[in-house]
Design a protein around this ligand. Structure first.
Ligand code: ADP
Ligand code: ZN
Length: 753
């Protein structure tokens, strides 16, 4: 009810302004009414508030951050019970497009609003007021003769002439001159110390002019005619929301094409967001960026320093032009001036976040672009079927790069029939592959053996009792790792020392290791080619980005003869000497998998194959398989992707599956198996009935137990126009969930385990 200021009633205190504050605390849906995490607070008369202001409030005995969504005089709470706003952050108010985006993400994913808000307010020191810091600037230039100074001092003076005072670390990183030189210059009276708030360091104009001059002075690189044409098509799109699929074969230089769009936006003073599936793999990508733009992009991931996070968060919120490159989480930065979003390798499963808030970063990026009214480019060599159908329906612009950049041509792809060329027992390299490898090593070419299995052997079985060794807290087999001499669960990560003794019958020396992992394959390679230099690339052998960069460099420089790798090697890398890629187990992933098993295998194998022959020498790809006629392998071999897509689409359509229909999974889990069974039984008896909407389950999840929790799933299949969230919400709200049970809602699931 509205309470307008009314002076006619005596003795009524003047009404206070009430702020509706969304707090960054997850309040779970759909059992509670307040899904938006919105609460009323009194605004003190001295505070100036508007929509988007970040404020500090007290909530459940804690002081936390929240965002003002509205201010008015209405409240249903008794005034005396309302708490005040404690303080207002001096960060600029969050813009409307971002606020609406957060809203929609919460509605789509069904995650509590407070949890989504927390992803944006994840940089607390960007919200706090600034403590002044020591900055360095030019003292009066007339007091000394610049020409007589050393080159490094002149460099500093030249930089300071065009920039406001900055902290020493920034001065050092911008000029490349040492810290001791800066101090010496203070002593000599050439620089002076000034206490200043670091916020005032740069204004938007300065940022823009420094980016512009960097771009102007960057070395100009030439696009191929095909790239020029593609870049023109992308840049032609009107300002405003549009989606383009940049569909280019591996090695075609899609990156350079979308760089042109980014460049155009930066020169217009806008912000760009580039999403990459795995930011740790981005070293060579960043080098390419630097070459093209002359400045470094803002790299965003959980590992960057708090100071960097603060600077980037603030600049983005204030509307500074610039480029952010990051993994999924970068989507939740408070962009206020977005000109373009790029989703590189849009088909990558890594874009699906499976923990906490379950969302697909590509889909949320499209939503983000819609709210920011800007263009978005999805780049890939193997589009997801979701994007493919949108291209076919004319919703996305389709931009094609059919050829590799420069002289490189597409590799030749052959299958090796493992039924004809069966390797010896316990061996994995077939005769035709072996002889090709011998020949290549003689002529100094690199070989990549691809096997998407970490460790030494995927299965350890007792020869006495036949029991497969498994994790005690998950329904998952233990993988033997030789390098670390452990048995590991790839589900929960638990590891124990490898002992040759059965966990079930306690027989010793009875464990047999079955099947290959990359470590076992390496063992075979060492035996076959004792002279060769071999490197294993997997997440177990490369544990940090620095080590990764070193290894990649040594491969690029040709110091490695044979690379053995998991899917980690599939993406992005450009190894000039690599001419032969062999897929050791082409059948892995093709059968018995989920809805997208074929699609994913096709994408992965295309990416792996794409590492071969990226320079003058034509590459070869061998796929070892027991099923050479499988449509996925046939499509790869004949390089007829579109025909394969049509086939796969037809299968999806006839099975009533995405991208034609929408799926949603609800997973309930609990340590208490009985309580769980009871609850899902009640839910099942209250399944909503709608025409066209099917609800399957409850069914035990394929991995029934993870970390001790039992897991049961429901799967909903509905036409795309149906509001699947609304159905889930009303169904679940009708039956109170015991506190021992956890619920995870997964809209558009990729993981069915
Ligand atoms: P994509 O960007 O399509 O994934 P890749 O990274 O697979 O392309 O391969 C492109 C390779 O060709 C890279 O090494 C890139 O540096 C190079 N390249 C592409 N376009 C150009 C260009 N216009 N000028 C110089 N090098 C280019
Ligand atoms: Zn486990």
């Amino acid at each position: 009810m509205a309470m307008s200021p009314d002076t006619s009633i005596k003795n009524t205190p003047p009404p206070s302004l009430i702020a509706k504050v969304r707090v960054s605390v997850p309040i779970s849906m759909p059992n509670t009414q307040n899904a938006k995490s919105e609460f009323d607070y009194v605004v003190g008369s001295t505070l100036k508030l508007e929509r988007g202001c970040v404020v500090e409030v007290s909530f459940a005995n804690r002081i936390i951050w929240g965002v003002v969504y509205e201010c008015n005089y209405e409240t249903e709470i008794e005034h005396s019970k309302l708490k005040p706003i404690l303080s207002v952050s001096n960060a600029s108010p969050i813009n409307n497009a971002t606020l609406e985006f957060l809203n929609q993400v919460s509605e789509w994913t069904m995650a509590p609003f407070g949890q989504i808000l927390r992803m944006m307010l994840c940089v607390p020191n960007a919200l706090k007021s600034d403590v002044p810091v020591m900055c360095y600037g030019l003292s009066s230039p007339a007091q000394f003769n610049v020409e007589q100074l050393s080159a490094s001092r002149q460099k500093i003076i030249a930089w300071c002439q065009h920039n406001p005072p900055v902290p020493a670390n920034i001065l050092v990183s911008e000029t490349g001159v040492s810290y001791s030189t800066v101090l010496a210059m203070v002593k000599a009276g050439q620089l002076k110390k000034i206490e200043a708030s670091p916020r005032q360091n740069r204004d938007i104009k300065t940022t823009l002019s420094s980016l512009t001059s960097a771009i102007r002075s960057a070395s100009t690189l030439n696009l191929s005619p095909e790239q020029i044409h593609a870049a023109q098509k992308i840049n032609e799109t009107e300002n405003g929301f549009s989606v383009a699929l940049l569909d280019g074969v591996t090695g075609s230089g899609k990156t350079e094409v979308y760089f042109e769009l980014v460049k155009k936006q930066i020169l217009q003073g806008r912000q760009c967001l580039i999403l990459l599936p795995e930011i740790v793999l981005a070293t060579s990508w960043v080098n390419r960026f630097k070459k093209w733009f002359g400045f470094m992009p803002n790299i965003w991931h959980s590992g960057i320093s708090a100071g960097k996070k603060k600077r980037i968060w603030r600049e983005i919120n204030d509307g500074h032009p610039g480029v952010v490159v990051g993994a999924r989480s970068a989507l939740f930065l408070p962009f206020s001036n977005l000109g373009a979003i790029i989703v590189d390798e849009e088909h990558e499963a890594g874009y699906k976040q499976e923990e906490q808030v379950i969302y697909h970063a590509r889909d949320m990026a499209i939503l983000r672009a819609k709210h920011a009214d800007c263009s978005i480019v999805l780049a890939t060599a193997t589009p997801s079927l979701e994007s493919w159908i949108n291209v076919r329906k004319g919703r996305y612009q389709h931009i094609i790069l059919a050829n590799r950049y420069g002289v490189a041509t597409m590799p030749d792809i052959q299958t090796i029939d493992l039924r004809k060329f069966k390797p010896a027992f316990g061996k994995w390299i077939s005769e035709p592959l072996l002889s090709d490898m011998q020949h290549r090593l003689k002529s100094d070419q690199q070989i990549l053996l691809y096997l998407n299995r970490r460790g030494y052997a995927p299965l350890a079985v007792c020869s006495e009792c036949g029991v497969k060794q498994s994790c005690h807290q998950c329904d998952s087999l233990l993988v033997t790792h030789r390098l670390s001499n452990q048995l590991r669960c790839h589900q929960c990560g638990i590891a124990r020392p490898f002992q040759n003794r059965c966990q079930s019958c306690w027989q010793t020396n009875s464990i047999q290791l079955v099947g290959p992992g990359v470590e076992r394959l390496a063992e075979e390679v060492y035996q076959l080619f004792p002279e060769a230099s071999v490197t294993i690339l997997s997440s177990d052998t490369l544990t940090n980005p620095a080590q990764m960069a070193l290894t990649i460099k040594s491969i690029e420089e040709g110091e490695v003869d044979i690379i053995i790798g998991t899917q980690m090697v599939a993406k992005g890398h450009h190894f000039p000497k690599l001419t032969c890629v062999a897929v050791i187990d082409g059948d892995l992933g093709l059968s018995g998998g989920d809805l997208r098993a074929s699609e994913r295998t096709y994408q992965l194998l295309t990416q792996v194959a794409g590492r071969s022959g990226r320079e003058k020498q034509t590459g070869t790809v061998f796929i070892q398989t027991a099923e050479p006629t499988h449509p996925v392998l046939q499509a790869l071999k004949s390089q007829n992707r579109d025909a394969y897509f049509e086939l796969e689409m037809e299968m999806r359509r006839s099975a009533d599956m995405p991208p034609y229909k929408r799926l949603a999974a609800i997973i309930y889990s609990s340590l208490n198996e009985l309580a769980l069974a009871d609850y899902v039984k009640t839910l099942a008896s209250h399944k909503p009935q709608f025409e066209d909407v099917q609800i399957f389950g409850p069914a035990s999840a394929p991995i029934y137990q993870i970390k001790g929790r039992y897991r049961v799933r429901f799967l909903i299949n509905a036409p795309k126009q149906v509001n699947i969230q609304k159905i889930i919400k009303s169904w679940n709200a009708s039956i109170t969930m015991p506190s021992t049970i956890r619920r995870q809602i997964d809209i558009d699931p990729y993981n069915f385990m």
